[in-house]
Design a protein around this ligand. Structure first.
Ligand code: PMP
Length: 402
């Protein structure tokens, strides 16, 4: 049988390769400065504390090698509930929390449980491509709503809800990927109000909120909801950005009925997240390593963010504009004067610096802003950030000379 006869499911008939993955082949070239990846810096992982946690768990290894509970190891559920509660999102570890394979799996489970062909779901425009994928794979239609420097536009959102009657909406309220934007407390409350008014499930994806470098902390949207209102919110978070993505540990805090259905979806997906890595992560958290390490992450990433922003302002001559993010890992920049990020990319590759053109993040090609680009400052040290921005500005000079 030729592959042309294979009857793939509609979302996989012509799946595009992630443009970010394609770029990584350039990003990994020796000598290239990469602002393209969205990864934390390997050199900032707390390897000693993870080794210690891992040794403690090794001493009772036999107990970690069996299949685990689908909802997660009790110690890790407790730890995730504590982390959530520390941000103002109270959660009962036994009836509301599921430990997942990263927060990505949590989103995918919620999507499977809620959405099917013909359903509508609201996403931020621009949004994280794997959020787009997880939702799209259910056959649901994505309704993009503009997310600007201060997060999702609420008027446009209400209009879209009225027009499309979506079942669900997904937002990153703190330091979004890619836009770096953060919703004010005021907007969070209003967004919650819209979810309740129109009975739309609000999925709050919150992998970055611990990484705040400036401004006043704002609690997650879920923290503004009372017990009854929490029935309309699923809160997702992750250890990927603040401990290590290789653990593949994220979690959801969900209303009990929704959680029960997500457990069934997870049984079909992977039966359980590895008990072994859950125990290591729970031990790391129990020992206090998470909170003792966080300030040094904030200091280093905050410094890198500052360096990237000040170098762009200083060197680009107004040809690259941006709103400085208060946290997270990304500067979402805009080329002025009609310049296009895709046109700049080849010159940047020639100058040995890479970024992700904004078109990778727009769910609807007709609603793209071709001038945008995402620059991550997370995994490049400050000296290389300075060098990278210099190279980028040179690439803009070359683009302008054409
Ligand atoms: N949501 C957003 C907004 C992200 O940026 C990422 C990671 N880049 C994820 C979810 C997935 O994270 P995890 O490793 O926890 O699956």
């Amino acid at each position: 049988m030729s592959s042309g006869e294979m009857q793939y499911a509609p979302p996989f008939l012509n799946p595009a390769l992630s443009p970010i993955r394609v770029l990584l082949s350039y990003a990994n070239r020796p000598g290239t400065v990469s602002f393209a990846g969205g990864h934390p810096d390997v050199s900032l992982f707390n390897v000693d504390a993870l080794r210690e946690a891992s040794e403690i768990v090794s001493s009772r290894l036999a107990g970690c090698l069996q299949y685990g509970e689908t909802g997660g190891q009790p110690a890790m559920r407790e730890a995730a509930a504590n982390l959530s509660a520390g941000r103002g999102v109270k959660a009962d570890p036994s009836s509301e929390v599921i430990i997942t394979g990263g927060s990505q799996q949590a989103l995918s489970l919620v999507a499977q449980v809620m959405l099917t062909v013909g359903d509508k779901v609201i996403v931020e425009n621009p949004c994280f491509p794997s959020t787009d994928q997880a939702l799209r794979h259910t056959g649901a239609q994505l309704i993009p709503v503009t997310s600007g420097a201060s997060g999702i536009e609420l008027e446009e959102l209400e209009e879209a809800i009225r027009q499309h009657r979506p079942k669900m909406m997904c937002v990153v309220a703190s330091f979004s990927n890619p836009s770096g934007s953060t919703l004010s407390a005021e907007k969070r409350k209003k967004l919650l109000g819209l979810a309740l008014k129109y009975k739309v499930l609000l999925v709050e994806d919150d992998p970055y909120s611990d990484l705040r470098y400036a401004g006043e902390p704002v609690p997650p949207i879920a923290a503004f909801a009372d017990e009854e209102e929490r029935n309309w919110i699923v809160y997702l978070s992750s250890l990927s950005k603040t401990v290590a993505p290789a653990l593949r540990i994220g979690w959801m805090v969900a209303p009990a009925e929704l959680r029960r259905r997500c457990l069934v979806a997870k049984q079909a997906d992977d039966l359980s997240t590895s008990p072994w890595t859950q125990e290591i992560a729970a031990e790391y958290l129990r020992a206090g390593a998470f909170h003792s390490h966080l300030p040094s992450l904030i200091k280093t990433y905050g410094h890198r963010c500052e360096t990237m922003c000040s170098m762009i302002t200083e060197l680009s001559g107004g040809r690259l504009t941006f709103t400085k993010p208060e946290g997270g890992m990304f500067v979402w920049a805009r080329l002025t004067g009609g310049r296009k990020a895709q046109d700049l990319l080849q010159h940047a590759i020639d100058q040995e610096v890479v970024f992700v053109p904004g078109n990778a993040f727009y769910p609807d090609p007709s609603k793209q802003d071709p001038s945008t680009l995402r620059m991550s400052f997370a995994s490049v040290n400050s000296d290389l950030i300075i060098e990278g921005v210099k190279r980028l500005v040179k690439a803009i000079d070359i683009l302008d000379a054409q």
